[in-house]
Design a protein around this ligand. Sequence first.
Ligand SMILES: Nc1ncnc2c1ncn2[C@@H]1O[C@H](COP(=O)(O)OP(=O)(O)O)[C@@H](O)[C@H]1O
Ligand SMILES: [Mg+2]
Length: 330
Amino acid sequence: NIIDLDKAPEIINFYGRTDELSTLSKWIVSDRFRVISLLGISGIGKTTLSLKLIQQIKTNFNYIIYRTLRFSPTLTTTLTNLLEIFAPETETSDNIETLLSQLQKYLEKYRCCIIFDDVHKLFAPGKLSGQYKSGYEDYRDFFQLLVTVSHQSCLLLISREKIPEITKLETENYPVQTLILGSLGAAANEICQKHQLVDRESWEKLINNYQGNPRWLDIVATTIQELFSGQVAEFLEYETLILPEALQAELEQQLQHLSPVEIRVMEQIANQNQPISMGEIIRKSELSIQESVNVIQSLKKRLLLDGQLENNLTVFTLNPVWKEYLKNKL
Ligand SMILES: Nc1ncnc2c1ncn2[C@@H]1O[C@H](COP(=O)(O)OP(=O)(O)O)[C@@H](O)[C@H]1O
Ligand SMILES: [Mg+2]
């Protein structure tokens, strides 16, 4: 079988994620879902998990292909690139429909697993979630096609944001599944270990404070090692969540991709001590009901905002690390 990983990073450390790995391989290998989306905020470990997954499932496929959409290739470029793997010799067309039919034939003939990473890069910055950049709308039809036509392959879409077509087809009972990746959990202890932190009894609190996000924990552990001689308890003594510069830079970069109205609402929520209801958001933001609904839905699709039921009222909370960042920014 052929494994073509192109620009995939090499995985050096891999901790935990046993449940996620078995869920994904079940969906892909036994249940044969045609399209699977793997979602999660930046740094939570989506890319790493997908590459580990390849090692587990590779014997079940004729082709395993990993491609990042980080540099926003057009659909024509992506399809041409894929077709070259199946038939290096053939002339490629510049007609999307021809390219799609050619690819479809290979996906029927062979069992392929195609991983598209960084799918969120197809969406326009400065707008609400899930709106394709101009010139990239045809990806929508491509994703939809791979769900709705019959073939024996699997497309794994990795994204920081929900992909609108996939959400829609999921509710229509097509063979589609979504896994939202959360905290690394107890396996994050190994990150503390790797950075030679001490005060083991405080590690759990540290991991929870930073949402079990391996990238955030890596940054924080580096700071604890540098400035607190690895003493986690001392680092946790302060009232506020400490956000090292590298972590702030990460968040700032993502903030730049949001729409101005989302940033405004996030800042307002960040300044609340309690979870906030839809009604309060509308009052505080002075947006119309329509606008507020759109913004809240968008932030939820980006997994930045979480809604819970409290005394029969849905209330929203911001990711705590984001909350701290936005509070300090004002
Ligand atoms: N299961 C894991 N075990 C160890 N390190 C991990 C794990 N998952 C992620 N990491 C580390 O965390 C960082 C972010 O992971 P990555 O997969 O790039 O996240 P994402 O793709 O969700 O943004 C990387 O440095 C990676 O090595
Ligand atoms: Mg990634």
